[in-house]
Design a protein around this ligand. Structure first.
Ligand code: NI
Ligand code: MN
Length: 227
């Protein structure tokens, strides 16, 4: 069983084998998440999919508070290292690494990745995490791509975090196809409602998932579930 807490946008905290893994922290600039105090978020690892500010905004502060290890592509990891974060772990596409909570593979995403100060953030990605508790895919920001079928060939995915906000990433219809590609029926929606461009009709999204026999989970900000 894995505890999953949602902090808005694409920010999730998972507890795996007593390690706290935080994904794409963007909390303090997010008005919808203003009830969340980032000082209360402890993370052993921070996994960052790409360099956009809506995925990296709170990385530095949380990593410095908790001596978290920041795992990201080479360019993004190096950028944080230069900001004085002591523990960074660079990866690149196709590479896997075994950490003390499980194996992490950095996989393709179709998107962009410029860092907040205009530095090149390398190429964007997603993560597949394989642990004793669960195996899941965290898509990051991406379009639908046939590459996702490779994930189903290699892994037995229990659930997948997918962007559903459309405009900058997949919308619900492509996310449902992506879930089919990676081989899961359980989707945790992310990257929706934060900005006017990505406001969605949540009822319609649920219905679309139901029609395909899939489960779409859209958490409230601050909510924790166990999967
Ligand atoms: Ni992005
Ligand atoms: Mn984004």
């Amino acid at each position: 069983m894995t505890n999953i807490t949602y902090y808005g946008h694409s920010t999730f905290l998972l507890t795996i084998d007593s390690k706290r893994i935080l994904f794409d922290p963007f909390i303090s600039p997010n008005e919808l998440a203003d009830q969340i105090d980032i000082q209360s978020i402890a993370a052993d690892y921070i996994l960052v999919t790409h360099g956009h500010s809506d995925h990296v905004a709170d990385v530095e502060e949380i990593a410095k508070n908790y001596h978290s290890t920041v795992v990201a592509n080479f360019e993004v990891a190096t950028w944080f290292q230069e900001k004085g974060i002591k523990k960074t772990h660079p990866m690149n596409h196709g590479g896997s690494k075994v950490f003390d909570f499980g194996k992490v593979k950095y996989v393709n995403a179709i998107h962009s990745s410029t860092l907040p100060d205009g530095s090149p953030g390398g190429n964007p990605g997603g993560f597949v995490v394989q642990s004793e508790q669960a195996t899941f895919y965290f898509a990051g920001d991406t379009a639908l791509t046939y590459d996702m079928k490779l994930i189903a060939e290699e892994f037995d995915i229990d659930f997948a975090f997918m962007p559903i906000g459309d405009n900058f990433t997949m919308g619900i219809d492509d996310a449902l196809k992506a879930a089919e590609f990676v081989g899961t029926k359980k989707i945790i929606g992310m990257h929706f409602d934060t900005f006017p461009y990505i406001k969605i009709d949540k009822e319609a999204a649920k219905k679309a998932a139901d029609t395909k026999g899939m489960e779409l989970i859209m958490l409230n900000i601050g909510e924790t579930i166990t999967l």
